[in-house]
Design a protein around this ligand. Structure first.
Ligand SMILES: Cc1cc2nc3c(=O)[nH]c(=O)nc-3n(C[C@H](O)[C@H](O)[C@H](O)COP(=O)(O)O)c2cc1C
Length: 324
């Protein structure tokens, strides 16, 4: 089973990757949050580049591009591949942000399938074997109508791997992922398929693998909430409450480390809240409330050690604000 950390802008960042390394719960591959590629420029966001350049975890990292202009994507893919440490290029065909979709990028690619097909073929022609993957949704709004055509585009281009977030763009992050489409992808595509969407427990992960036949899983929010999920999926133990506290302590340290000279008390606190937003369902209401309101790191550390946290069932209600 192949395990990937799903990219999450400003969440699955260098600090989080280093934290996974320090707690000894690692996926097989990291994927950066997207670099926005346009005909005029590629936003080489410093925090994304640092994930690549300062990745000392030993886990290969793929650079993700979001764009809809084939020459620009080829230019930026080539530039990123020149950086030592980039294991391959991942094309984003899933981002639901209206800002990105307006320009036909992210999930916007799924609204113009001839363009999507062309971009896939051009990237395939230019990227070395083993260095081209795609992350996509089930379609723009109608999976039954869109997904078979998306699969034809993917099959024609033969990417080396495909991650599928089992929702349409219309669903954003709501509703239930429909993994029956992942099963179709497994049957239709020659490459390994990774299933993605709402996987938060090892049991769910195993059920998903069994029902879809997928080669692996891509886990995002579930890994922020329980970073030991990768260890568990390799047969390791569930985290103890002490290990969860250790996780938060290391994350605080690593977040401080990436903020460097830009670190302020408030900035550090706000940065921590970006991760904690996905952990709130596991805190008692009072503790959650105190964490949301806290403005000092001393307070945050005190609140986090007040009562031990254990990971509970899948429930992202109330996390809408933390999603992009
Ligand atoms: C805050 C946030 C940021 C995200 N950023 C990206 C991104 O940069 N690229 C991408 O392909 N997906 C991005 N996603 C989507 C995730 O990779 C993933 O597909 C989605 O959250 C479903 O998987 P999960 O339930 O395991 O989190 C983001 C999701 C969230 C919540």
């Amino acid at each position: 089973m192949k395990l990937a950390l799903a990219p999450m802008q400003d969440v699955t960042d260098l600090a989080f990757m280093r934290t996974l390394h320090r707690i000894g719960s690692l996926p097989d591959v990291f994927i950066t949050a997207y670099f926005r590629s346009t005909s005029t420029t590629c936003a080489m966001a410093e925090h994304n580049l640092r994930c690549i350049d300062e990745n000392e975890t030993g886990v290969p990292i793929w650079a993700q591009l979001a764009g809809s202009d084939a020459p620009a994507l080829l230019r930026d893919a080539a530039a990123l591949l020149e950086r030592p440490g980039v294991a391959g290029i991942n094309l984003n065909a899933g981002c639901p942000s209206p800002l990105v979709n307006r320009h036909g990028a992210g999930a916007g690619l799924l609204r113009d399938l001839p363009r999507f097909a062309d971009i896939l073929l051009q990237l395939r022609a230019c990227l070395p074997a083993g260095q081209f993957s795609v992350k996509c949704r089930l379609g723009w709004e109608d999976a039954a109508a869109d997904f078979p055509r998306i699969l034809d585009c993917l099959a024609a281009a033969s990417p080396d791997e495909t991650g599928i977030h089992a929702r349409t763009r219309k669903q954003l992050y709501g509703g239930t992922p429909d993994f029956s489409y992942v099963k179709c992808a497994v049957q239709h595509l020659a490459c390994p398929v990774l299933a993605n969407g709402d996987i938060t427990t090892p049991q769910q992960a195993m059920e998903c693998l069994e029902s879809t036949g997928a080669a692996g899983l891509m886990i995002g929010r579930g890994a922020v909430r329980d970073p030991y999920i990768f260890r568990q999926l390799r047969g390791g133990a569930a985290p103890t409450p002490e290990e969860m506290q250790q996780y938060f302590a290391i994350l605080i340290e690593e977040t401080g480390r990436i903020l460097l000279h830009k670190r302020t008390e408030k900035g550090h606190c706000n940065r921590m809240k970006k991760y904690l937003a996905f952990c709130y369902p596991d805190f008692p209401a009072e503790q959650e409330h105190a964490l949301r309101r806290c403005t000092s790191m001393a307070d945050m550390q005190r609140i986090l050690t007040q009562s031990p946290v254990t990971c509970t069932e899948n429930n992202y209600a109330g996390n809408a604000a933390a999603r992009k």
